[in-house]
Structure formats: structure tokens, C-alpha cells
Design a protein around this ligand. Structure first.
Ligand code: PEP
Length: 260
């Protein structure tokens, strides 16, 4: 983790879980948020317009994020929610290209790039997820695949938009499985994402972009993962539903910073 050059982000992904947000933020009150770090809660769309206020009731400084955005701006797209609507509902971040969307909804690299663009057009910071399946890892395809996923984003965004983009390396085999990538594996791929950005721009630029790790991060493994120089935070599913675990992960940012 490099706390001087880029922002550390601890983002919870509540997925489609019904969380009592008042209870959750009550459990987080008094949470330690390291200097320069930001807490983001990516909640279902229907929660977005009240969870920011719920967090404030308990003195928790949390930004609000969505979990998906329509690739379209507006119009006859029944069931879709636009970037403008997410912003209006209080979101400042939005996950795009989560593996569950790529897997269950057939989202391609190109569609994910369109969604990242809709985020930028509406003042939302996209958290772009990339990651390989176990089979792809075993076949030695991890780095080619990640490079393709990242390139689609780099080719679509302007430099200015990239400056306000966050990447998350989420190996599919580690999501919701209790299997975490080792800190070495996570660091290696986060480093490869940074190198890909440096190749298109330069190292100075790459050093400013936050790259998170996601995949069964929890209160036990957070310090080790967050101590790595190329890992700038976490995207956390299961452990973000439990305020005690989520608070411990946030506390780990300080400990990890001290370990760097
Ligand atoms: C996720 O959904 O982005 C995720 C990383 O989930 P989990 O932490 O449960 O593996």
C-alpha cells in the first residue's frame, strides 16, 4: 500500500443482501478510518438515497457507491438505472464489470468500458473489476486476460477520466469462496495492472491510480494484503456485511501503512 501517492479505498460490496443500514452503521460508529483513506459502501440501488444519511447519523464518514450502471444514458430500457439516476440518489462511486455481472449477465470488456464512460459522464468514479477464473489461472492465462480487460478500459477513457478511475483485481476463484489469493499473487497482478497503465502513459501516472484487491478479504488477512505496495485497498463482499469485521479491515489500513 502506498499511502502517500494515492488514495486507499476500503469498499464494501453488499451485493443483493438486505442489510439494515441503521444497525450496520451503528455497529461501525467509532470506526478508525486511516488518514487519506476512504470508506465506500456499494449498496443495492434501492438503498442509495438513504444510506449516506444513515451513516452520518452514527458519525461514519462513508461514501456511497452503486454496484452497476446502465450502459445507456436514458430512454426505453426497462429495468435499467442510469448514471444520472445513481448520482441523483447520492452515489459517488459505482462498481463496473464485477465478475458476477460478467458471468451471469454476459458483460463483455466493451460493455464494461461503456459503463465506465457512463460513470464519468455523470461524475461517478468507476471501480472497474478485472480477474481470472481458476481454469484461466491454471492454464497460465491470467496476465494476458487481465491485460485485455484493463486495455479495454484504457482504450475507452481519456487520461482525465482515468485519473478518476479505480481498478479492483478480483480473482473469480477467490470471490465468496473463502479462498484468498496469497498476498504475493494479489500483489503480482495489481503490479501488472499498474504496469499496463504505465505502458500506455508512464510510471508517474500509474503510481497515482488506486488498485484494490478483492476476494475473501477479511479481518484476518487484511493487514497482510494491504501491506503490499501495489495494493491500495480492498473490495470486500462477505466481510462488509458484518460491521465488526468491516471495522477491523479499516483498522488494518493503519497497521498495514505502518508496515510499509
Ligand atoms: C466481491 O463481491 O467483490 C467480493 C470480493 O466478495 P467476497 O469478499 O465475499 O469474496
Amino acid at each position: 500500500m502506498n499511502i502517500t501517492k494515492r488514495k486507499t479505498i476500503i469498499a464494501g460490496n453488499w451485493k443483493m443482501n438486505f442489510v439494515d443500514s441503521l444497525k450496520f452503521f451503528e455497529g461501525l460508529s467509532g470506526i478508525t478510518i486511516a488518514e487519506g483513506a476512504e470508506v465506500v459502501i456499494c449498496a443495492p440501488h434501492t438503498f442509495l438515497n438513504y444510506i449516506g444519511a444513515d451513516a452520518l447519523k452514527y458519525g461514519v464518514a462513508a461514501s456511497v457507491g452503486a454496484q452497476d450502471v446502465s450502459a445507456f444514458g436514458s430512454g426505453a430500457y426497462t429495468g435499467e438505472v442510469s448514471g444520472e439516476m445513481l448520482k441523483h440518489a447520492g452515489a459517488s462511486y459505482c462498481i463496473v464489470g464485477h465478475s458476477e455481472r460478467r458471468q451471469y449477465h454476459g458483460e463483455t470488456n466493451e460493455l464494461v468500458a461503456e459503463k465506465a464512460l457512463r460513470c464519468h459522464e455523470n461524475g461517478l468514479i468507476p471501480i472497474v473489476c478485472v480477474g481470472e477464473s481458476l481454469e484461466q489461472r491454471e492454464q497460465g492465462k491470467t496476465f494476458t486476460l487481465i491485460s485485455k480487460q484493463v486495455s479495454a478500459i484504457l482504450n475507452a477513457l481519456t487520461e482525465e477520466q482515468l485519473n478518476k478511475t479505480v481498478f479492483a483485481y478480483e480473482p473469480i476463484w477467490a470471490i465468496g469462496t473463502g479462498k484468498t489469493a496469497t498476498a504475493e499473487q494479489a500483489e503480482e497482478v495489481c503490479g501488472a495492472i499498474r504496469n499496463r497503465i504505465a505502458k500506455k502513459y508512464n510510471e508517474e501516472k500509474a503510481e497515482t491510480i488506486s488498485i484494490l484487491y478483492g476476494g475473501s478479504m477479511n479481518d484476518k488477512n487484511a493487514v497482510e494484503l494491504l501491506s503490499r505496495p501495489d495494493i491500495d485497498g480492498g473490495l470486500i463482499g462477505g466481510a462488509s456485511l458484518d460491521p465488526i469485521k468491516f471495522a477491523a479491515i479499516n483498522k488494518a489500513v493503519e497497521t498495514a501503512g505502518a508496515n510499509v
